[in-house]
Structure formats: structure tokens, C-alpha cells
Ligand binder design. Structure first.
Ligand code: NAP
Length: 250
């Protein structure tokens, strides 16, 4: 069911987005992914994907780029997108005590406004032979809230709502699902040892692997009766009482 599907992944040049793209590419999908500006990293990512994969540079801070991106991806992949994975996000810490328009605006733009616009343009084709799929990459934090990463978390809360709203709006031509990973990769400024010590302190005793996320997306791609729902891939972390974000050490 993945073979020959045209897949667009935002932020597919590294970490979760890249590993998901590699899995879908190996399963026969035609993958386009976005990156912000580091061409050599994008070329490294492309080297792990099948030869028909494409990397598209774009800045998701600019709303106008949403439509251009979709047109570029459709041209590069040879037709309308079948599966969109809204994966890109900006993860900067702020709290109610430190939030400013400068911390909030970019995170809401990249994590909420631009993905909504990309979804709008991807789904503008009203005649489809087969149902398309939108995957919104969320975060287990939305069910286990704690005070760190306020702006980032607000974007994820809103994207979960958008998942259900758009699932209603887009049915029956498109399904829309959320995937909410637990602590999969370390935060940018986090000490690797701290990450290694904390990521497995979850009910199932081991944090999620990126391939768990790829497998969940493959499952959702083959699940024609699931829409408007979110899968939590967090080894049970959403059921834990947590004072602070895992990555916070002080
Ligand atoms: N990592 C985790 O443990 C974890 C846990 C829960 C949820 N998640 C969610 O899973 C998704 C992927 O996480 P990740 O850790 O793999 O992400 P990441 O390493 O932080 O990568 C984010 C991606 O977004 C892109 N991006 C950010 N700002 C952009 C902008 N202005 N324009 C264009 N692209 C931009 C980055 O591009 P560049 O590389 O070019 O900057 C990068 O490809 C995110 O939605 C995240 O919230 C991750």
C-alpha cells in the first residue's frame, strides 16, 4: 500500500523525519523531504534514500512558502501528494515566566500555521482515486503536560485539535492522524549521558526508537478506517506524573 505513493515529509533531512523517509523509501514510496538550508546534510540524507527521492529547500517560517513547496513537491514526484507528514518543528524552551513574542511566534509558525497551510494545498485536489493520508507529528507531552517548552507544546496541542477538525473536513477523501512520539532523540543542548540515563525511565523500560515511528506510519497508511486519532509511541510516558521535561537538568 506504500509502493509508488508520493510522500512529502517536512524536516526530513535528519533524525525522526529522515528515519521515517528511509523506511517509506525502502518500502517503495517516492519521497520528497524538506530541509532549511544545509545542502550537504540534505545530500547525505538523500544518499540513504532511493534514487527517485528529492530534497526541497524551504523556510517554513514563511507562510508563502507552503504553496510553493507543495507545487515543487508535486512537480518533482510527478503528481499529487498521497501522504503528507507534517514533521518539522522548532524546539526552544520557554515557560509562562519567560515567554515573549520572539520565543512564541516562530514556534507557532513552523509548528502550526505553516503545516496547516501545507495541508490545505496538498488536499486541494478534490478528485482522488484513493484516500490520501495526513500525519501530524505530535508529542506525548500533550497528554502529560508539564511547564517546560510552552510555545512548542501549545503548537502541538493545537495540531492535535487540527488533526480532528481536518479529519472531519477532509473525509472521505483524506484521513488525518496524529503520531505522538515519546523521548526519542536528545534535546539540542542536552548532555548525551543525561539523555542515556533518562530516556528509558518510562513504564516499558525503553524509550521509542525512530523505526517504531516509521512502523506506526506504515500501519496507519494501511488502516483505512482510522482517522482523527493519535497514536502515542512513548512506551507509556504519557501515563507518568512528570514535574519537568526529561531533558531539563537544573
Ligand atoms: N526528538 C524527540 O525525541 C521527539 C519527541 C516527541 C516529538 N517529537 C516530534 O517529532 C518531530 C521530529 O522531531 P526531531 O527531533 O527529529 O526534529 P529535529 O531534529 O528538531 O528536526 C526538526 C526539523 O524541522 C526542520 N525545521 C525547523 N525549523 C524550520 C524552518 N524554519 N524551516 C524549515 N525547516 C525547519 C529542521 O530543518 P533543518 O535541519 O534544516 O534546520 C529539521 O529537519 C517534531 O515534530 C517533534 O516535535 C520529537
Amino acid at each position: 500500500m506504500i509502493e509508488n505513493k508520493r510522500v512529502l515529509i517536512t524536516g526530513g533531512n535528519r533524525r525522526i523525519g529522515l528515519e521515517v523517509g528511509v523506511m517509506l523509501g525502502k518500502a517503495g514510496a517516492k519521497v520528497a523531504f524538506t530541509y532549511r538550508g544545509d545542502k550537504s546534510r540534505a545530500e547525505d540524507a538523500l544518499s540513504r534514500l532511493p534514487a527517485n527521492a528529492v530534497a526541497i529547500p524551504t523556510d517554513l517560517l514563511k507562510s508563502d512558502n507552503a504553496e510553493l513547496l507543495v507545487l515543487d513537491a508535486e512537480k518533482a514526484l510527478g503528481g499529487p501528494i498521497d501522504i503528507l507528514i507534517n514533521n518539522a518543528a522548532t524546539f526552544e524552551d520557554d515557560t509562562l515566566g519567560s515567554v515573549t513574542p520572539e520565543t512564541m511566534t516562530p514556534q507557532i509558525q513552523v509548528g502550526l500555521i505553516t503545516p496547516i497551510l501545507i495541508t490545505r494545498y496538498v488536499t486541494r485536489h478534490t478528485h482522488r482515486d484513493q484516500m490520501g493520508l495526513i500525519i501530524n507529528m505530535l508529542d506525548y507531552k500533550i497528554i502529560n503536560p508539564f511547564p517546560d517548552y510552552l510555545s512548542y507544546s501549545l503548537a502541538k496541542f493545537a495540531m492535535e485539535g487540527f488533526t480532528r477538525l481536518s479529519a472531519r473536513y477532509l473525509a472521505p477523501r483524506w484521513r488525518v492522524c496524529g503520531v505522538a512520539p515519546g523521548y526519542t532523540f536528545k534535546a539540542p543542548d542536552e548532555d548525551p549521558q543525561h539523555f542515556a540515563e533518562t530516556r528509558d525511565k518510562v513504564p516499558l523500560g525503553r524509550g521509542p526508537r525512530p523505526e517504531d515511528i516509521g512502523e506506526a506510519i506504515m500501519f496507519l497508511a494501511n488502516a483505512p478506517t482510522i482517522t482523527g486519532q493519535t497514536l502515542y509511541l512513548d512506551s507509556g510516558a504519557h501515563m507518568m506524573a512528570q514535574e519537568r521535561d526529561f531533558s531539563i537538568t537544573n
